[in-house]
Design a protein around this ligand. Structure first.
Ligand code: MLT
Length: 395
C-alpha cells in the first residue's frame, strides 16, 4: 500500500489565503449582492500594460504562422528573455551570465521547487512575520524550521547572530508582509553570515520594483560575496501585473557550491528533467516588460498602487495608528486598534465595513495584533475602503 507524505499532517488545515477566501465566500453567501473592498491577497487589479499585450498578440500570430511557430522552448528559458533580464540587472550594476538566469512560471512555484536542491535534513530559517508558503513548503518536505521572530523595535529587520545555526535562510526584501527593506549594511551582514556558516540564502525579490528610496538594494547580488551564498527568486506578478499570466525568474550563480556539488549545474539538471519551459507566448510578453516602453508603462501602474498606499497611509496617520511599509513596498502593516487580534480585526472590518485585509497571525505567531493591507486593489475600492476605515475607527 502506498504511504502518503505524512508531513502533510503537520500543516495547518488550510493555506492562509485559501482560508480568507472561504471566510469572504461565506460572508457573501449570507449577504448576497454585498460588495467587498478587497485589500487582502496581493493580487493586482490593473490590466497588463500595452507593450506586453502587443507582444502577446504578436506571439500568438507567430504560433499561427509556419516559419515563426515555436514548439518546445528551452527548459531554462528563451535566450531572448534571459538576455533581457540580464540587461535589467546590468543597468543596476549587477553583471550576470545569461545562463545564470532561469525563467520560471512564477516565484511561488519556484520557492517550493528550488527546495529539491537541498537535503531534507537541512534546517530552514524563516524570519517572521513571513510569507506563509516558505513555512508550508518546508513542512511538506519534513524540514526543520527555525522561526526567527522579528518586532517593531528592530523595524522587522532582524540581523544575524552567532546563535543562528540554519542551513537555508529565507530573506524577503522589500518584505511581505511588513514592507520593511534591508539596507546594504544589514543585507551584507546576512551575506557574510551565510558565507561564514555555509548556509544558502533564498532571497525573495518579488517586490524590488516598489523600492523608491535611493541606495536600498534591489538584488542580493549587489552585495559583495553574494555569488557564493545566495539564490534570488523574482517575479513579474507584482512588477508587471503577471499574477494571472505567470512568469518569474531565478538567479543561481555559477560559484554557488557546497560539498563539491554545484547548485547551478544541479538546477539545470532539475529543470531540464522536470519542465519543458514556460510557453513561448508568455515569454514574449515578459520580454516586452524589459523594453524602455515596457518599463515606462509598468512604472505608470506601480505609481497607481503607490497612490493607493498614500490614500491608506493618510487615514492611518490621521487616526494616529502605527504602521510601516507602503513606501518601498505594496503592503501596509498596521497595528490593530483596541488591542484586537488580527483575526478579530479581520472579522470587524468584514462585517462592519465590508473591507477585506489579512490578519497578522497568518504570517506567524509574532504577527498577532497586526494587520496587512495590500495596495493592489482598484483605486476606487481603495479610496472607499480608506474612507470606511476612517469612519469606523473615528467612532
Ligand atoms: C500575498 O498576498 O502575500 C501574495 O500575493 C501571495 C503570493 O504572491 O502568492
Amino acid at each position: 500500500m502506498v504511504t502518503p507524505n505524512l508531513y502533510y499532517a503537520d500543516l495547518k488545515d488550510s493555506y492562509l489565503f485559501y482560508h480568507i477566501a472561504q471566510k469572504t465566500g461565506a460572508y457573501l453567501e449570507q449577504n448576497p449582492g454585498a460588495h467587498l473592498y478587497r485589500l487582502g491577497i496581493g493580487d493586482v487589479s490593473l490590466p497588463l500594460c500595452d507593450a506586453v499585450i502587443k507582444a502577446l498578440h504578436e506571439a500568438v500570430d507567430d504560433q499561427a504562422t509556419a516559419g515563426r511557430f515555436h514548439g518546445y522552448m528551452p527548459e531554462c528559458g528563451a535566450p531572448f528573455l534571459r538576455e533581457a533580464i540580464g540587461g535589467y540587472y546590468a543597468r543596476r550594476g549587477v553583471q550576470l551570465l545569461t545562463d545564470e538566469i532561469f525563467v520560471s512560471s512564477g516565484a511561488s512555484d519556484e520557492l517550493g521547487d528550488i527546495l529539491h536542491l537541498f537535503d531534507r535534513k537541512n534546517s530552514a530559517l524563516v524570519i517572521e512575520p513571513a510569507y506563509p508558503a516558505y513555512v508550508d513548503a518546508n513542512i511538506m518536505e519534513g524540514r526543520k524550521i527555525i522561526h526567527l521572530p522579528s518586532s517593531e523595535a528592530e523595524g522587522f529587520l532582524p540581523l544575524p547572530s552567532e546563535h543562528i545555526e540554519a542551513d537555508l535562510i529565507y530573506l524577503c526584501s522589500p518584505n511581505n508582509p511588513t514592507g520593511a527593506v534591508f539596507n546594504r549594511d544589514q543585507l551584507q551582514l546576512w551575506v557574510d553570515h551565510a558565507n561564514r556558516t555555509g548556509a544558502v540564502i533564498l532571497f525573495d525579490a518579488a517586490y524590488e520594483a516598489f523600492i523608491e528610496e535611493d541606495g536600498l538594494p534591489h538584488s542580493i547580488f549587489e552585495l559583495e560575496g553574494a555569488r557564493t551564498c545566495a539564490i534570488e527568486i523574482c517575479s513579474l506578478s507584482k512588477t508587471a501585473g503577471f499574477t494571472g499570466t505567470r512568469l518569474g525568474y531565478t538567479v543561481v550563480p555559477k560559484e554557488l557550491e557546497r560539498q563539491g556539488m554545484n547548485f547551478h549545474d544541479m538546477w539545470v539538471r532539475n529543470r531540464t528533467t522536470k519542465t519543458n519551459g514556460v510557453s513561448y507566448i508568455i515569454q514574449k510578453g515578459a520580454a516586452a516588460v524589459f523594453t524602455p516602453e515596457g518599463q515606462r508603462q509598468i512604472q505608470e501602474n506601480i505609481q497607481v498602487y503607490k497612490k493607493n498606499a498614500a490614500c491608506l497611509m493618510e487615514v492611518l496617520d490621521e487616526l494616529g495608528i502605527w504602521y510601516c511599509g507602503g513606501k518601498n513596498a505594496p503592503y501596509i502593516w498596521m497595528k490593530c486598534p483596541d488591542h484586537q487580534t488580527g483575526w478579530e480585526f479581520f472579522d470587524r472590518l468584514l462585517h462592519e465595513i465590508q473591507v477585506v485585509g489579512t490578519p497578522g497571525e497568518g504570517f506567524g505567531a509574532c504577527g498577532e495584533g497586526y494587520f496587512r493591507f495590500s495596495t493592489f486593489g482598484s483605486p476606487e475600492d481603495t479610496k472607499e475602503a480608506a474612507h470606511r476605515l476612517a469612519g469606523l475607527l473615528r467612532k
